[in-house]
Design a binder for this molecule. Sequence first.
Ligand SMILES: [Zn+2]
Length: 178
Amino acid sequence: MNNSGLLDASVTCLNCELESSLQEVVCPKCKIPLVNDFKENNRFSREDRDISHRLLDIDTQINKARMLLFFVSGITLIQHFFFMTVEEGVNGSAILIEGAIISLIYFVFAWFVPKFPRVCFIGGLLTYLTLRYLAYLINPATLTSSMLFKVIVIGGLSHGILNAFWAVRIKDKLRARV
Ligand SMILES: [Zn+2]
């Protein structure tokens, strides 16, 4: 390791020995808190283990919600493509471009979930609700169509938002613990 200053300094997780930046509050891999007095007693407390389990579970939930965003992205493109080929007298390329743009928006949100989970889930949910509302304004009958899918998407993304906020709350508490 070189000596180029604090920003390059790293901390080693005593649990899995992964090296991570000093900015990390928990180990990126096993989620054991790194901000702790573990240097003195060289072991993790019961509380640390609980936090680790909780954060790993939150990570799993966030990943599920992320997969849902990828799924909505894919299904949007398929739906538009299907609509273009089935409906007559519509502007096919316009529909396909619309589908591609909406699909891309969901894809970008899904892609950046690991970096900005709160922003991406809130953005994804707002996009979905706005588009469903616009569809309702154009054709009120769309409100009750494929209700199960709507419930899954809205519920799943809301769950993602909650978990993203919980992760931040736990990490803020850890920072305050020092
Ligand atoms: Zn670790």
